[in-house]
Each structure stands twice: as C-alpha cells, then as structure tokens.
Design a binder for this molecule. Structure first.
Ligand SMILES: C/C(=C\COP(=O)(O)O)CCC[C@H](C)CCC[C@H](C)CCCC(C)C
Ligand SMILES: Nc1ccn([C@@H]2O[C@H](COP(=O)(O)OP(=O)(O)O)[C@@H](O)[C@H]2O)c(=O)n1
Length: 363
C-alpha cells in the first residue's frame, strides 16, 4: 500500500514512482521509490498494486464519508441537538437570524426533530448526493472522451449545479436543522474536488477514476489543481449559503442563482457571440456575455423563488410578481457590472454582491 495516503498533492514524480518499471530499464532510472519496491522482499509483486490499493481507497473514501456524515447529522437530530420545525413562526427569521449560531440556537422556537423527519431529511440528502454524482458524471464523461470542450463542460456544471440542488430543496422537511442534512451535499463535493485537485491529471495520470475525470472535465489548462480554484470556491459558497441562509430567505437563493446562471451563461454565450462587442474598459468581456448574465441571473432567481414559494418551502415575500421581477432585474444588472470588474474571483464577488443587494431589496 502507499504511504502517501489520499490527501497529499501528487508531484510530477508521483505517477512515475507508482508505475511499473519499464522492461530493459535499470530500476535506478525509475527513481528511489521504484528502486525500493524492486529491492524489497516482495519485489515479485506487481508494482501497479500500489495504484490498485490507492484507487480502491479513493473509491471508498467518498461513500464512507457520506455515510459517516449523514449518520452523525442523523444522530444529532435524533438527540435533539438540531432543532426541529419552528413553532408559531409568523414569517421567515430575520436576516442573519439563522447565522452564524442560528443552526444551534435559532431565533424562533422549534419543536422536536421527529424520527420521521430525520428519515425524510436523510433520504432527501441521499437523493441529492446521487443526483449530483449522476449529473456531474453525465457531463464529465463526454468531456473525458473529448466530445465536449472542458471549458464548456466546466461552465455547464457551473450553470446547472446550484439551481438543480435548489430545485430539490422542497424534498427536505421544514425542520430547522434540515439545512445540516442538505449541507452534506456541497461538503462532499468539496471533498471530491479536493481529491480531484490533489490526485493527478497534469502528471500523466490518465486514470479513469471519477475524480480524475472530474479534474480533466473542469480544467482549462489540463492542470488538475484548477479544481481547487474557482470550482472549490463555488462549492464553498454553496455550502455557506445552504447552512446559513437555506430557504428561509431569498438572500441565499438569489446569490446562488446569480453566481451559477449569471456567471456561467456569460461565459458560454460571451465566448460564442462576444468577439465583436467587447466592453471598451474590459476587452476580455463582452456585451453579449453581460446580457446573458442578466438574463440567466434574472430568470434563475425568479424561477427558483417562485418554485420554492409555490411548493411551500419558502414563505411568500409579500411582493407582487411585478415588484419581485423589477427588484431581481435590478440585482442582476448590478451584479453583471460587478462581474466586469477584473479584481478577485467572481465566484465570491458576484454572490456576495447579490446577497447584500437582496438583503436590502427583498428581505
Ligand atoms: C466548475 C464549477 C465552477 C467553476 O467556476 P469558474 O472558475 O469557471 O467560474 C462548479 C463545480 C461544481 C461541482 C463539481 C459540483 C457541485 C455539485 C453540487 C454541490 C450539488 C448539485 C446537486 C444536483 C442535484 C445536481
Ligand atoms: N461578461 C462576460 C463574461 C465572460 N465572457 C467570455 O467568457 C470568457 C471567460 O470569462 P471569465 O474570465 O469571467 O471566466 P471565469 O473566470 O468566470 O471562468 C471571457 O474570456 C469572454 O470570452 C464575456 O464575453 N462576457
């Protein structure tokens, strides 16, 4: 087995050190690790066993982490450490009422977390985990075989992941602690990106593990470590918003919709239609991209808020559809402007701006 474990970054020599020595080549040319393997009493063992064990461990790590985290959250709910459904709540908790300690001491009084609700929330989290695995796999596999350009697969995943997750939020119960179950979904994907970013891709590792496939599908340069940049920030924003805003207020929903659909469509459309209409102050971005940003952000925010209020997952906002549309359009336009500022990463500048604007305009 490998003493490197799962979490250590692979240096370019990692793959070489784990490959079988080439026929007719002195083992010393293969590096000290391979030489040590060849010199060891078990040198008749196939050195590829190291990869097999490593891959086996990797394959088990995500399901084992999912099982462990869902069991721990379920136990916390059954032990009534997590609050159950709010009692006599007349409206959503005030802004920041749920954060940062709101999960454990919510601003509204809550009833017990009944076992049936625990079962419902654990099952809903499983559905989302399976959905995320299926969805990401459906995009990364064709990208791995070159049928989709990695830039497009990255942005399709970027555009659809957060909205699809939010569409499934009504599956969860109205228990206050349901957000802890839902948070397991982005947390697991953060771990998956970490494994993808530290587990190879730029070092000649053509492994078909789903993490390597993911790293290749979302890398623009071919460097697997890109998974630890924008994609990791995206998933952390999703985790933060699920845990602290959840579906109690439109703040989290609007910031996620803007980050996902606004920024994602700006790239997908801008790269195709933007070459002739670049902004004069930022030649790398286009008016077509910004128009797609506004349209994507507005439609996703309006659609997701309507979906959540219609299913009863979110309390009505007390605004007419016309008022809501006007305010969401204003948020989308300002955030499209923020996306044009060439400072920082728009995976946090855009959702933070959208959160402040929607706290002001919608809460
Ligand atoms: C590729 C991503 C961001 C890149 O941003 P940028 O730097 O190009 O601006 C997003 C990565 C998303 C991640 C791989 C998967 C996230 C899944 C999500 C937590 C749950 C989706 C559930 C649903 C049911 C499909
Ligand atoms: N407002 C925008 C945003 C992006 N784009 C296009 O999308 C490409 C990538 O945009 P970006 O630098 O914001 O990419 P990310 O850092 O968000 O992945 C740009 O080079 C443009 O071709 C655009 O045309 N207009």
């Amino acid at each position: 087995g490998s003493a490197d474990g799962l979490a250590l970054p692979r240096s370019p020599s990692f793959a070489t050190a784990h490959r079988a020595p080439r026929k007719g080549v002195n083992v010393s040319e293969e590096g000290p690790r391979a030489a040590a393997l060849a010199d060891s009493p078990s040198s008749d063992r196939d050195p590829n066993d190291v990869n097999v064990n490593d891959d086996d461990r990797k394959r088990l790590l995500l399901p084992a982490t999912a099982l462990l985290s869902l069991s721990l959250v379920s136990l916390a709910a059954l032990a009534q450490i997590l609050p159950g459904p709010p009692i006599d709540a007349t409206g959503p908790p005030p802004f920041w009422g749920t954060a940062p300690l709101g999960l454990l001491s919510p601003s509204v009084s809550c009833g017990p977390y009944a076992p049936s609700l625990v079962l419902r929330d654990a099952s809903s989290a499983c559905v989302c985990i399976a959905g995320a695995t299926f969805f990401v796999g459906a995009i990364t596999r064709p990208a791995g075989t070159g049928r989709i350009d990695p830039r497009d697969s990255r942005k399709v995943i970027h555009t659809l992941s957060a909205p699809l997750f939010i569409v499934l939020w009504p599956l969860f119960s109205d228990a206050y602690g349901a957000r802890a179950f839902a948070s397991v979904v982005p947390a697991l994907n953060a771990l998956r990106l970490y494994l993808a970013g530290t587990g190879g891709g730029d070092d000649g590792d053509r492994s078909s593990s789903s993490e390597s496939e993911l790293a290749r599908a979302i890398s623009r340069s071919g460097d697997a470590r890109e998974s630890l940049g924008g994609p990791f920030i995206y998933v952390m924003v999703l985790l933060f918003s699920t845990l602290f805003f959840w579906r109690d207020s439109p703040v989290g929903v609007v910031s996620l919709a803007t980050m996902a659909c606004g920024d994602g469509l700006a790239d997908l459309v801008g790269r195709r239609l933007g070459s002739s209409n670049r902004w004069f102050f930022n030649r790398s971005k286009s008016m077509a991209g910004s128009a797609a940003f506004v349209a994507g952000s507005f439609v996703a925010s309006f659609g997701l808020i309507s979906w959540l209020t219609r299913t009863g997952a979110m309390d009505a906002l007390g605004l007419s559809s016309f008022e809501l549309a006007g305010r969401l359009l204003a948020i989308a336009v300002v955030c499209a402007g923020v996306e044009l500022i060439p400072v920082g990463d728009d995976n946090y500048s855009v959702p933070i701006s959208a959160a402040f604007l929607s706290a002001f305009l919608l809460s």
